[in-house]
Design a binder for this molecule. Structure first.
Ligand code: DC
Length: 205
């Protein structure tokens, strides 16, 4: 039986950490759907056309190299505006969501477009300043040469592009639970997510 948890929200709000924690807690499979757009974005930086890159994408590419760079994040946000790119990635995400044993998908449009029937929907947010600080620390720890100002401006630019695009814009589903992590520790945020899922989970999975 399938059981899907959809976790959406802007960059660096904590969805990745919460999704991984939820998957580990319940033994669900996890798909970070941002990686699909990042892999397509990386291909375009190498000169490939975005729609062709999305149509040729393989699961193996998601695990190759570092997709979590600032440059690839911007490229991902740009290819994500193209309706044909999004369309090419739908089947893979829906098939993943339906796998037996439970799944967690995190992204921007999981609760609204990819899995509108998901049993649990969370929209994880935090202020742009808090998110930029988290992303700054993450990128600096990897040795990237970035400034706080640059990261904040990148976060704002990506928020605007992701939420203002006409196809599948980032927004909470009507039935999503909002989780603002600005003033929450990761443990507290994860505990809230686990509690919400616990309530909706069938007694015998
Ligand atoms: O979650 P992330 O930062 O890895 O996502 C990178 C970009 O990919 C994001 O700015 C917009 C796009 N994206 C999307 O449009 N839809 C998704 N479900 C996931 C990511």
């Amino acid at each position: 039986m399938s059981f899907t948890v959809a976790i959406d929200g802007p960059a660096a709000a904590g969805k990745g950490t919460i999704s991984k924690g939820v998957a580990a807690h319940f033994g669900f499979a996890h798909l970070d759907t941002g990686l699909l757009y990042r892999a397509v974005g990386r291909r375009t930086l190498e000169g490939m056309e975005p729609v062709a890159a999305a149509q040729a994408l393989t699961a193996e590419e998601l695990g190759q190299g570092d997709l979590r760079t600032a440059e690839i994040a911007q490229a991902a946000s740009k290819v994500a505006v193209v309706p044909e790119v999004r369309a090419a990635l739908v089947d893979f995400q829906r098939a993943f969501a339906r796998r037996a044993g439970g799944s967690v998908l995190d992204g921007r449009d999981i609760g609204t477009v990819i899995c509108p029937e998901a049993e649990v929907k969370l929209f994880v947010t935090a202020s742009a300043e808090v998110r930029a600080e988290r992303r700054f620390l993450e990128l600096s720890a990897k040795g990237a040469e970035v400034t706080r100002e640059q990261v904040l401006s990148d976060v704002r630019e990506r928020d605007a592009r992701d939420s203002e695009r006409s196809t599948a814009p980032m927004k909470p589903a009507d039935d999503a639970m909002l989780l603002d992590t600005s003033d929450l520790s990761i443990e507290a945020a994860l505990a809230q997510a686990v509690a919400v899922i616990e309530q909706k989970r069938p007694a015998t999975p």
